[in-house]
Design a binder for this molecule. Structure first.
Ligand code: PRP
Ligand code: MN
Ligand code: MG
Length: 186
């Protein structure tokens, strides 16, 4: 599949699975006392479409405490390879998060601009708490320093695809994370 487009595998399926389980255990431990009292106290996961879709579903299934699944879709204006920090909501939440413990689920933090905007936006809705779990982070690319409580892998500043991450909407369906061969976007 996608012959020649992926120059190397950066994170294997197995590594994704192990890290997801690890993050889920960590989150469950941290939230166990906060989410003990039933429906209204369930953790609210907000998956950021489309990139976070694979991680969101695997993370939710690995999480041993009750969590409700919500989604937002946002799009940053700008070119396809870099974001501008100006974000537009394509799909908003369906329900109120006031008083709820909220965990944003992201696939990757690159410049940090999308997340920085999203944190600001969600904070105005008065959640009881607001934290972030991301599978990947590119430390070299960060333009704004966003507080991220849970990080799976810090990765080099290369163009990566797979497991939800796209280039021009392709490669999201790969089960692992790979580096895109420069010939694809050259
Ligand atoms: C990607 C990725 C993150 C964001 C990270 O989403 O899924 O949400 O960019 O970039 P940043 O830290 O530089 O803001 P994208 O906007 O490509 O939309 P998608 O999830 O639908 O692919
Ligand atoms: Mn995204
Ligand atoms: Mg994208």
């Amino acid at each position: 599949m996608y012959d020649g487009d992926i120059s190397s595998v950066l994170v294997t399926e197995e590594q994704v699975r192990e890290k997801t389980a690890e993050l889920a255990q960590q989150v469950a431990g941290d939230y166990a006392d906060l989410v003990r009292d039933g429906r209204e106290s369930d953790l609210v996961l907000i998956g950021v479409l489309k990139g976070a879709v694979m991680f969101m579903t695997d993370f939710a299934r690995a999480l041993p405490i009750p969590a409700q699944l919500e989604f937002m879709a946002v799009s940053s204006y700008g070119s396809s390879t870099s974001s501008s920090g100006v974000v537009r909501i394509l799909k908003d939440l369906d329900r109120d998060i006031a008083g709820r413990h909220v965990l944003i689920v992201e696939d990757i933090i690159d410049s940090g601009l999308t997340l920085n905007w999203l944190l600001g936006n969600l904070q105005t809705r008065s959640p009881a708490s607001l934290e972030v779990v991301t599978l990947l982070r590119k430390p070299d690319a960060v333009k704004v320093d966003v507080p991220v409580r849970y990080v799976g892998f810090d990765i080099p500043n290369e163009f990566v695809v797979g497991y939800g991450l796209d280039y021009a909407e392709r490669y999201r369906d790969l089960p692992y994370i790979g580096t895109l061969d420069p010939s694809v976007y050259a």
